[in-house]
Design a protein around this ligand. Structure first.
Ligand code: HEC
Length: 141
């Protein structure tokens, strides 16, 4: 009898833990997003309020900012896309760009290597990582 109670109790606890895990994962992890941004973006983008340009434009306030709107020497490829069909960096545009920048903006400098900047950014595959990253970008204001 007690064995059964223990067994069922144990199973209920496991189920509760599992559900809590699923529930937690449904929310973006901003701290994980910060680490992803430091590791994947900060080499080319200033993430601070200082707003300095690096290889790319500063990202302070980027969420809901009009694309191509800060005083930065964007590539002709980037300006071509942005001027033809202006948009703001909302969740869905950021998702598309960060998944595969060159697919969204062919020939964007973000995905190009050159002699001054041998690094190129090819995108973040994991949907969870992109969501965490964008949640962190939202805090940059
Ligand atoms: C290898 C350098 C490099 C890396 C790494 C990089 N970027 Fe960029 N990014 C650029 C460059 C260069 C541009 C300007 C694009 C152009 O002119 O073609 C840019 C442009 C952007 C823009 C457009 C901003 C605007 O003012 O319209 C966003 C948004 C962006 N990057 C986000 C990110 C995020 C988020 C990451 C990290 C996941 C990242 N980038 C990683 C170089 C990089």
């Amino acid at each position: 009898m007690w064995r059964k109670v223990l067994l069922w109790g144990g199973m209920m606890v496991l189920l509760a833990l599992l559900l809590a895990g699923v529930w937690l994962r449904a929310w973006p992890d901003v701290e994980m997003g910060r680490r992803l941004a430091e590791n994947n973006c900060a080499i080319c983008h200033d993430l601070s309020e200082t707003r300095k340009h690096k290889k790319g434009p500063y990202l302070w306030g980027v969420v809901d900012r009009a694309a191509g709107s800060v005083d930065f020497a964007y590539s002709a490829a980037f300006l071509g896309v942005v001027q033809e069909r202006p948009f703001v960096w909302d969740e869905s545009h950021l998702q598309r760009f960060i998944t595969d920048p060159a697919l969204f903006v062919p020939m964007t400098r973000m995905a190009q290597r050159d002699s001054a900047h041998p690094l190129a950014f090819e995108g973040i595959e994991s949907a969870d990582n992109r969501r965490d990253l964008i949640a962190y970008l939202r805090r940059l204001k």
